[in-house]
Design a protein. Structure first.
Ligand code: SAM
Length: 274
């Protein structure tokens, strides 16, 4: 899996500011759910280019510390480049299921669109909870249902329709794997957290045009980017046409831009007091 994410790291680096801007309000809600304040020690899991952790760096200030971690070294390299100028931020390469840190080391652990890719989401939460101090916070953002995220759903539909099978296959942990509040609640509770809460936050996505949307989104959707790159050019072209037709239907005009609906879930809980 990390090879796949390594291969799309350049696309994520090129689009990091777009992603951070798109998710700015939701990321603030994630940091609020994690109760991050000045001086905190924070771990970001599956950080990719580190956008959530870098936003947290502004909250913890110079007395706090942030570790941006990911199991794809190329993603961590992107995060390290973006962290230049933040002395309180460091980076680390590890899997969210095998965190290299002592028990109770952090005040908070955060994850933005990473938990759904864990080999075992419950054990990833359990591992995140292990490194949070007693009473500390764990907060994870996942995508809400595909139906309220057409900016990505119609792209996956276009690939599926092309081949007559669902994409990604139902047994694969794709972006919408943890799109349900009840499921997320049980994952966090089974992972050992108390006071678990889940909230939905709207994340509308703006683009200059349908063409600009099609240009950008496949670069970010890891497994999709890999699948598209492996296809014959004429097949890619047919998928592009399908996706752009569907994208035009699924978006609406907003001034000189187009906007798609988007929605995330933010799940959080507290590590048990000793
Ligand atoms: C959709 S990207 C999100 C990146 C970033 N958190 C953001 O919101 O901009 C998913 C990230 O999860 C990472 N990832 C996937 N499986 C992982 C695992 N088992 N352990 C750590 N990171 C993982 C990928 O390398 C990738 O950087």
């Amino acid at each position: 899996m990390s090879e796949m994410w390594n291969s799309v790291a350049p696309g994520w680096e090129a689009n990091a500011e777009f992603v951070d801007e798109h998710l700015a309000a939701a990321t603030d809600a994630l940091l609020d759910a994690a109760e991050i304040t000045e001086g905190d020690a924070v771990l970001e899991l599956a950080a990719g280019p580190g956008g959530a952790g870098l936003r947290a760096a502004q909250r913890v200030g110079p007395k706090g510390s942030i570790v941006l971690s990911d199991d794809a070294p190329e993603m961590v390299a992107v995060a390290a480049r973006r962290a230049i100028g933040y002395p309180q931020v460091s980076t680390a390469v590890f899997d969210q299921n095998e965190i290299i840190a002592e028990d109770g080391h952090f005040d908070a652990v955060i994850s933005r669109h990473g938990l759904m890719f864990a080999e075992d989401a419950v054990s990833a939460v359990r591992e995140g909870t292990r490194v949070v101090c007693p009473g500390g916070r764990f907060a994870a953002m996942t995508w809400g249902p595909r139906s309220v995220n057409p900016w990505l759903g119609v792209v996956l539909d276009a690939v599926g329709e092309q081949f007559g099978v669902p994409f990604p296959p139902p047994n694969i942990r794709g972006p919408f794997y943890l799109d349900d509040s009840a499921l997320l609640t049980s994952v966090l509770e089974e992972g050992g957290l108390d006071d678990v809460q889940v909230q939905a936050v709207e994340t509308p996505m703006h683009h200059a045009s349908v063409e600009a949307w099609w240009e950008r989104v496949p670069q970010l959707a890891g497994p999709l980017a890999t699948a598209l790159a492996a296809m014959e050019p004429d097949v890619r072209e047919q998928i592009a046409r399908r996706a752009m037709n569907a994208g035009a239907q699924a978006s609406r005009r907003d001034g000189d831009q187009i906007v798609f609906r988007g929605s995330v879930l933010i799940a959080s809980g507290r590590a048990p007091q000793d």
